[in-house]
Design a binder for this molecule. Structure first.
Ligand code: ADP
Length: 350
């Protein structure tokens, strides 16, 4: 069966010329029964009408299509494209041309979509950044203004205000260095230097460092029973994983009550990967926050109202680091029960 919509201009001209010449030939049979005369007339009509139809199609339809092609490929045609326009394009069926134009439109749509989301991301980033930086800047400004307007004589008050201003400056430094870290991870400029190490040893080191940082709280750090041994060797960037563990352990302490319990677990679900989890028995995170918790600057109301000095970037950094290792990170949590953040790492090939 002939599928009419897939005719190329030459085929279209051929079929039309055939139809016209056969019709003329049949009409001619009424006037002359000399078969060779009928044949010559039919052949002449066929040849002339074929060339006329083909030329008309090329001139009025394919020239316009050529213009569309030039437009969608945007530039002045190169030599190769000229050849394409001259010889290949006229062979294409209208359906193929339609497919090409649709593919072009789809590509443009995707480009537009990506531009829109980059723009949205940029706008959100600026809003979040200015929101986060505003609080410490205004606080420092307030303390300095108060000092300058006469409180400098009061030594005790001066000491108090300067300490507070210094804490806010630390917060700004923290924020800027977190943003810098995210930017480097996103641009792929930060290389991942993988090495073999025992994950339980690193967890113990992180526990010790966080313990000394948080002397006021009586935190109970432990590795889950049965997970301390045998040693699990992983192949990853040790310093980056230290950063991930430190962020998670600090969060576990920060978002828990007076005597937090922080438990680390290490599993080997299969020969290729190790699963590391940091759990706490703290305030937990409401279910509606969980899908967005790894987004930059995202904080739950509890996280904000605590004014814990966090930037809302810690979990986003963890996600970036784990994804740079081509591994996955996840979170489970229940309000007033606790939170578990787990991530996988490549296990050392034994
Ligand atoms: P922050 O610097 O604010 O701690 P994070 O990205 O580390 O930023 O965490 C984002 C938010 O997730 C926090 O503000 C807090 O609301 C919530 N969160 C993170 N870890 C925990 C946890 N272990 N328990 C309860 N809430 C948590």
């Amino acid at each position: 069966m002939v599928v009419t919509k897939n005719f190329s201009p030459s085929q279209l001209a051929l079929y039309t010329a055939l139809l016209v010449s056969i019709s003329v030939g049949v009409c001619f049979l009424f006037f002359s029964i000399i078969w060779w005369q009928v044949l010559i007339v039919t052949l002449c009509v066929f040849t002339c009408s074929f060339f006329i139809f083909r030329e008309v199609l090329r001139r009025f339809i394919y020239r316009k299509i050529k213009l569309i092609y030039k437009f969608i490929y945007q530039t002045k045609a190169s030599k190769r494209e000229e050849i394409y326009h001259k010889y290949v394009l006229p062979q294409k069926s209208i359906q193929e041309v339609e497919d090409d134009v649709q593919a072009w439109a789809q590509k443009r749509n995707e480009e537009l979509e990506s531009l829109r989301s980059t723009e949205k991301y940029r706008r959100e980033f600026l809003q979040n950044f200015s929101h986060e930086i505003k609080t410490p800047i205004f606080a420092v400004q307030g303390y300095l203004d108060t000092l300058l307007s006469g409180s400098l004589e009061d030594q005790e008050l001066s000491q108090k205000f300067i300490t507070k201003a210094s804490r806010n400056i630390d917060r700004m430094v923290h924020l800027v260095s977190d943003i810098d870290e995210i930017a480097r991870l996103e641009s792929g400029k930060q290389s991942i230097n993988k090495q073999d190490f025992i994950i339980q040893d690193l967890i113990k080191e992180v526990f010790e460092s966080v313990q000394t940082n948080d002397a006021e709280k009586s935190v109970n750090f432990s590795i889950k029973k049965g997970c301390e041994a045998p040693p699990v060797h992983v192949f990853a960037d040790k310093e980056k994983i230290r950063q991930v563990l430190t962020n998670l352990v600090i969060n576990a302490v920060k978002y828990s009550g007076a005597s937090p319990q922080v438990i680390a677990s290490v599993y080997k679900p299969d020969g290729a990967r190790a699963l590391i989890e940091i759990s706490d028995t703290g305030m937990g995170i409401a279910e509606e926050h969980l899908p967005r918790i790894f987004e930059r600057f995202y904080r739950t109301d509890a996280g904000r109202s605590r004014n814990s000095g966090g930037t809302g970037l810690g979990l986003a950094i963890c996600k970036h680091i784990i994804e740079a290792h081509q591994q996955a990170i996840h979170i489970r949590s229940k309000v007033n029960v606790g939170t578990t953040v787990g991530f996988t790492l490549q296990a050392r090939k034994d």
